[in-house]
Write a protein that binds this ligand. Structure first.
Ligand SMILES: NC(=O)c1ccc[n+]([C@@H]2O[C@H](COP(=O)([O-])OP(=O)(O)OC[C@H]3O[C@@H](n4cnc5c(N)ncnc54)[C@H](OP(=O)(O)O)[C@@H]3O)[C@@H](O)[C@H]2O)c1
Length: 296
């Protein structure tokens, strides 16, 4: 049976446009957000607001969430008035937050006691991809649950890959953050060198973005950094949360990730300046400062 009723918990930078795309795709959408005012634009666009995650799950065949970290997912899924309290047997919970693989497995096991299936489906593509419905979505869980939920995921993303059992989506997201973090550092070093060597960094970005060294970071965040626009698509403090998850998984698996550790330290310097809520393009300033001497 095709899914018609979906729910969405957590209407932040990512969740709000993802829920809007579900509405646009024709699903009946029920939403809940801890700060209730963030439901208003979605209600104006045709969603129903519920008064708890349990009420969202009770109204939905598939309930999605996109909240901050592992403990937040455990709270909205398993806490009092959470998804577990409202979801009917046979329904599915899809978490799109970036959390630890262990937390995803713990939540899944508790939901399975109520015959509620779970997919971990973290996303990549930033606020830009969330709005455009072009996210990359890496999905862990049972293959047949994934196939059942595919139309829901397709309303929010373009590249949707089933990568293994529950928790595998989060492992792939950790790999994504390794590559993303190092691409941010590459962007910051390229901009710093252009500036210090007296070349217009905008021209540098224009041509380098189009060649073999191009990246999403160079194309999307480089121009924002050059304009001094540090508004978050993805906040430094969330990146740090993700890098801690990456380094935990690396430690557990005896994996040396020296580049990722360096990116983590540079973002610690950004946070130390009170800029944890800036966008990750703030790494450009941290790298730039390393070369600023008395004469600059
Ligand atoms: N932004 C990106 O580019 C990006 C890209 C890929 C993945 N992600 C991941 O997506 C997730 C959300 O990121 P975001 O950028 O959308 O963050 P955000 O704008 O800060 O939104 C976080 C959302 O989670 C809700 N929330 C947090 N803790 C909660 C709790 N304990 N109970 C209930 N609701 C809670 C917040 O509610 P309030 O409104 O009440 O605060 C808000 O709706 C994170 O795991 C992040 O790592 C983000």
């Amino acid at each position: 049976m095709a899914i018609r009723r979906v729910g969405f918990i957590g209407l932040g930078i990512m969740g709000a446009p993802m829920a809007a795309n579900l509405l646009r795709a024709g699903f009946q959408v029920t939403v809940w957000n801890r700060t209730a005012a963030k439901c208003e634009p979605l209600v104006a666009a045709g969603a129903k607001a519920a008064d708890s995650p349990a009420a969202v799950a009770a109204a939905s065949e598939v309930t999605l969430s996109c909240v901050t970290n592992s403990s937040d997912v455990e709270e909205v899924a398993l806490g009092a008035g959470g998804v577990r309290d409202g979801a009917a047997p046979g329904t599915t919970y899809v978490d799109c937050s970036t959390i630890s693989p262990e937390a995803a497995r713990r939540v899944s096991a508790r939901l399975a006691e109520r015959r509620v299936a779970m997919l971990d489906a973290p996303v990549s593509g930033g606020d830009v991809g969330a709005k455009a419905g072009t996210l990359a979505i890496m999905v862990g869980g049972e293959a047949e649950v994934f196939e059942h939920c595919r139309p829901v995921l397709e309303a929010m993303g373009k590249t949707i890959v089933h990568v293994g059992g529950i928790g595998a989506g989060q492992v792939v997201k950790a790999c994504n953050q390794v590559a993303g973090g190092l691409n941010l550092l590459a962007m910051a070093e390229a901009i710093t060198l252009a500036r210090r060597a007296g070349v217009d960094p905008e021209k540098m970005l224009e041509v380098v973005s189009a060649g073999a060294a191009g990246s999403w970071m160079l194309a999307n965040l480089g121009p924002r950094a050059l304009k001094g626009d540090f508004a978050p698509g993805f906040m430094v403090e969330l990146m740090q949360k993700d890098l801690r998850l990456v380094l935990e998984t690396a430690a557990q698996t005896h994996t040396a990730l020296p580049g990722t550790a360096l990116v983590n330290q540079l973002f610690t310097a950004v946070e130390a300046e009170g800029r944890g809520r800036d966008g990750t393009q703030a790494i450009v300033d941290a790298v730039g400062k390393l070369s600023r001497g008395a004469g600059d």
